[in-house]
Design a protein around this ligand. Structure first.
Ligand code: AKB
Length: 327
């Protein structure tokens, strides 16, 4: 980076990943140097206490520019997005937010000569024509969801900005992310979070995917490790930019339920697949992340057993204290 002091803007900072990423970045770079932003006008008192918060609609370039100038921002983590399931209900909204929001961020990065920008991608870039086992870094990208279409287009656009304008854009293809601080919203992999809350609260869960639907997943600590690891990597070691495959673990709802049952003996699961099943079936089952390993040293720390233990410990403690809020 040209300017050594990090001044960071996080868009989508009230979302599942954005909220924990903001916290992590504040631990690392200091609260005042990490500006949280979201379109929502109702940040929690905790978020407001923790550091600067700005209301930003990523479709309004002017408000992004004003915030960047106000705080002297030089790095952006662009976490706002409409995910796969919501995208299928509102394709026009998904295109608008995901494409025009990303375009605004890239253009502003170019115009204002910012140091670096993170634009996440997703396993949704893949489609049924892609090899589903050990999905390679370079492969067929023919998604069947509008979310996937916008993520493929964003990866290509980001690469264009890297080649054409020498901008430092980075991003990885997130799998389903499992976490216990902020609930996910509108994704196909969201069952893998909901199941834990239902297990702790009611000891049963009705899953919207079939029992044997194997998908790539990752625990939040690994998601944050990957995001920061990629952003801190030496630019000259990177041959890829905005679309690194990253792998954590893969499991089916049946396997996750069996793991939860080891801790909660009375837990039971039933299956009522809905329209998200088709999306899940178009995605890979396991991911080859050797490019991320080689170019910036990526390795995950959590597996199904350690993630399940941790999720249940945290949520059970919260239930005991009366602080478990769910829907
Ligand atoms: C979704 O399910 O849409 C997201 C994703 C895999 O990007 N969690």
């Amino acid at each position: 980076m040209t300017n050594n002091k990090h001044k960071i803007l996080v868009t989508g900072a009230l979302g599942q990943i954005g909220s924990e990423l903001t916290e992590k970045l504040r631990e690392k770079y200091g609260s005042d140097d990490v500006i949280a932003s979201d379109i929502r006008t109702d940040p929690s008192p905790a978020m407001l206490d923790a550091g600067p918060y700005e209301i930003i609609d990523v479709l309004q370039a002017d408000s992004i520019i004003n915030t960047i100038k106000k705080y002297g921002i030089n790095t952006i983590y662009h976490m706002s997005a409409i995910l796969s399931a919501t995208g299928e209900k509102k394709p026009q909204l998904a295109w608008n937010v995901n494409m025009n929001g990303t375009y605004n961020i890239l253009e502003i990065t170019r115009e204002l000569e910012l140091n670096r920008v993170f634009i996440p991608s997703s396993i949704a870039v893949f489609g049924p024509e892609t090899p589903r086992e050990n999905t390679p870094q370079e492969t067929v990208l023919l998604p069947k969801t509008i979310y996937g279409v916008t993520k493929v287009a964003s990866e290509i656009l980001a690469d264009y900005y890297v080649q054409r304008f020498n901008i430092d854009v980075r991003g990885c293809r997130y799998p389903g992310i499992i976490s216990h601080k902020t609930l996910p919203g509108g994704g196909t992999t969201d069952y893998a979070v909901a199941i834990f809350y239902e297990a702790v609260l009611h000891q049963k869960y009705i899953c919207f995917l079939k029992e044997d639907t194997n998908l790539p997943m990752m625990y939040m600590p690994d998601c944050l490790k990957a995001t920061l690891g990629l952003m801190e990597a030496d630019r000259y070691r990177l041959h890829h930019h905005a679309g690194f495959n990253i792998s954590g673990m893969s499991f089916t709802p049946g396997e996750l339920a069996a793991e939860i049952k080891k801790h909660i003996l009375s837990f039971s699961i039933s299956y009522l697949p809905d329209e998200r099943q088709k999306i899940a079936e178009s995605w890979p089952q396991t991911i080859d992340d050797s490019a991320a390993q080689q170019e910036w040293g990526w390795t995950p720390e959590h597996n199904l057993a350690s993630m399940t233990r941790d999720m249940l410990d945290v949520l059970s403690t919260r239930l005991e204290k009366g602080t478990l809020n769910y829907r």
